[in-house]
Design a protein around this ligand. Structure first.
Ligand code: C2E
Ligand code: MG
Ligand code: MG
Length: 640
């Protein structure tokens, strides 16, 4: 009986094409691609060996017997190894490979070793296959074991995929299952029709589908630097974390890169970054290198082979970045932060890692290495980030009120609304901290509205004016000040609760007023049109030139507490305080000084011609009910 080798020939052609495509299109540093390449090679060699042995068997010539036997052995060994290699391949795809102790792969190989032993002892036992006296090929009883071993690996492969469905993209799961279905059907077909050698052909067709479905590395590359981009970083890290791997991530942040871009232009800086990337690739190979932001690189160590080299990589990087770069005779000193983050013990979630990569970390050192305990402030800001999101969902923000004292009447004529957050895990979080976090994570607009709504609801329920209060101040964050439809949104909320706009004073921080003077002028005019009064908050804190908004007429200027406290220290401080009050008076109708804690400070401010005072001397910020009680007990202006 003659074997039909046509399918095997087609399989060779397909495997060669897939092999070339892999070489040209895929990154062969990646273990996943390397293993797939081995699978293709086993398919290729299996087909070659199969053809030679089939031809030799079909010739029925005694001279060819040795050749037939030899290539049948080679074919069976290489072919039977394929499902085992495919099992390793699928563990790399699911990301479990890196955390699995290597001896387990040896245990997994035991059936394959049994397979090899059966083949190696076959010349004596003739139990797998043999040639009869007429030189006809026969399968022995043990051939069934060999088939059973292949099925064992195929089932391992399917079970593994099913257990790690979360870590493998859905489309890939379908294609890999196609391998299983096609593999199982052709093994059965081959069992019943041994003369039609179709199995390798079907496998190679499935390999095309798998190749088409491997990661599209072109879209994962940053074309200007020639390394993986942010999407690749996200996909790989997500996969590793979902399959419970531990990994070390090194973040390299060039914190002053934007000033160099302004100075040198985009193209020159791109050339410098390219050289840097080449250096990183050469000196930190084989660690995966990514660019995940402008001037932010990430390196991931998850492979046992080089995990323990973290310290040596960090030292190499420290040495490299401590030197200044020379580009076309220009000396460039990047301010660099190197962070070594262990996941999950330092950070658990990918989102947190990205927050660390994206957010500015203020350290006044040209080169800093952050690991272990140094990461605590970053971890805190991440916990606050979670607390803020959680508080938004669970309506946990509270508005407190701090009374503001008026010198002229000797009573409390207004109050400042101050946000409070009590988190079930972190306890009370200061607003200075959570407002900054909310500005960075984009929740500030919603939080600002929630707080404004709470304030309006409080004002509409309680008749504060009968208790001597003329208005309540509400803090706008810098980001809210940039919101295009801010006025409309606040107007809608005012109307919902029937609160008149004149009863609310909006405080704009000096730093945000400085940032974009013209935009701020427009925002303030718009807010004024509907009746709000406006304060300039934290006056004196920003180092920049205030002349930009000299001609703004604010209703109130609030002098920052630090300016008052500095006045207690020395004469210079006193001079600055009185100058701030003079300047503030030119820009507004009245002055509030914050942070008044002592009688002496109060008297000093009275003499300096200050209109209003706010501070712990008069009262701490209080919850709504307590503030009403405070007014009833202390505010006598209504009876003046
Ligand atoms: P701010 O607007 O300048 O508010 C005054 C801060 O000074 C408040 O701190 C107040 O509790 C504190 N303070 C007042 N008198 C004294 C005093 O005599 N001694 C001391 N040591 N502190 C005093 P707080 O409540 O921690 O708020 C800090 C900052 O957080 C605020 O500064 C404001 O910029 C921001 N903030 C507070 N609530 C909100 C809000 O609802 N929205 C926005 N966007 N920012 C808010
Ligand atoms: Mg304020
Ligand atoms: Mg202030």
């Amino acid at each position: 009986m003659l074997y039909n080798i046509d399918f095997d020939i087609c399989s060779i052609i397909i495997n060669v094409i897939v092999f070339i495509c892999l070489l040209v299109m895929k990154d062969m540093h990646r273990r996943e691609n390397k293993l797939f390449m081995i699978v293709i090679l086993t398919g290729l060699f299996s087909a070659v060996f199969d053809i030679i042995s089939a031809q030799a068997i079909s010739s029925s010539s005694r001279d060819q017997l040795l050749l037939a036997e030899l290539f049948t052995y080679l074919y069976l060994m290489v072919h039977n190894a394929t499902p085992y290699i495919f099992c390793i391949y699928v563990t790399v795809i699911s990301g479990t490979y890196y955390k699995t102790p290597k001896y387990r792969y040896f245990l997994l190989a035991i059936p394959l070793i049994v397979d090899f032993l059966l083949l190696l002892t076959n010349p004596f036992s003739n139990k797998v296959f043999y040639f009869d006296s007429a030189l006809v090929y026969h399968r022995g009883d043990f051939m069934n074991y060999i088939y059973a071993i292949s099925f064992f690996y195929i089932f391992f492969f399917v079970i593994h995929i099913m257990l790690h469905l979360r870590s493998i993209p859905r489309k890939r799961v379908l294609i890999l299952l196609l391998f299983f279905i096609a593999g199982a059907l052709t093994v059965l077909f081959q069992y019943f029709f041994p003369y039609i050698l179709i199995e390798l052909f079907v496998q190679s067709v499935v390999y095309i589908a798998i190749m088409l479905n491997t990661d599209d590395e072109l879209s994962m590359m940053d074309t200007s630097l020639g390394i993986y981009n942010r999407s690749a970083f996200i996909a790989n890290t997500q996969k590793l974390l979902r399959s419970n791997n531990t990994l070390d991530v090194i973040l390299i942040k060039l914190t002053n890169i934007t000033s160099y871009r302004t100075l040198l232009g985009y193209d020159q800086l791109a050339a410098i970054l390219y050289d840097m990337t080449q250096w990183l690739k050469e000196n930190c190979s084989p660690v995966s290198l990514y660019t995940i932001g402008y001037g932010v690189f990430a390196m991931e160590l998850y492979d046992d082979d080089f995990r323990d080299q973290l310290d040596s990589y960090m030292n190499t990087l420290m040495d490299y970045f401590s030197e200044s770069f020379n580009y076309k005779d220009i000396n460039i000193s990047f301010e660099t932060q190197l962070l070594a983050i262990h996941m999950p013990s330092d950070l658990e979630r990918l989102e947190d890692l990205l927050t660390v990569a994206d957010q500015e970390i203020t350290i006044n050192q040209p080169l800093s290495l952050l690991s272990g305990k140094d990461l605590d402030p970053i971890k805190r800001s991440i916990s606050v980030d979670h607390a803020v999101r959680d508080a938004m969902m669970n309506d946990r923000f509270q508005v407190y009120f701090q009374p503001i004292y008026e010198f002229r009447s000797g009573a409390y004529h207004s109050a400042e609304a101050l946000a409070r957050l009590e988190d079930p895990i972190l306890g009370s979080i200061p607003p200075g901290e959570f407002i900054r976090v909310a500005e960075k994570n984009g929740t500030i607009l919603q939080i600002g509205e929630l707080l404004f709504e709470q304030l309006c609801s409080y004002i509409s329920k309680n008749h504060l004016s009968t208790l001597g209060v003329d208005y309540v101040s509400f803090n706008l964050s810098s980001v809210q000040c940039m919101q295009k439809d801010l006025t409309d949104r606040l107007w809608t909320i005012l109307n919902k609760y029937g609160v008149p706009a004149y009863f609310i004073n909006l405080e704009i921080p000096e730093a945000s007023a400085m940032e974009n003077v013209e935009a701020m002028r427009y925002t303030i005019e718009d807010l004024r049109k509907i009746g709000f009064s406006i304060s300039l908050d934290d006056f004196g804190t920003s180092n920049s030139n205030v002349s930009g908004f000299y001609d703004f007429s604010f209703d109130v200027v609030k002098i920052d507490k630090q300016i008052l406290w500095n006045g207690d220290m020395n004469d210079d401080g006193n001079l600055i305080l009185s100058n701030c009050i003079t300047l503030g008076k030119r820009m507004s109708q009245s002055i509030v000084v914050e942070g008044v804690e002592t009688e002496a400070q109060k008297e000093k401010l009275r003499k300096l011609g200050c209109d209003f005072c706010q501070g712990f001397l008069f009262g701490q910020p209080l919850p709504g009910d307590a503030f009403l009680r405070f007014l009833r007990e202390n505010n006598f202006r209504s009876s003046l």
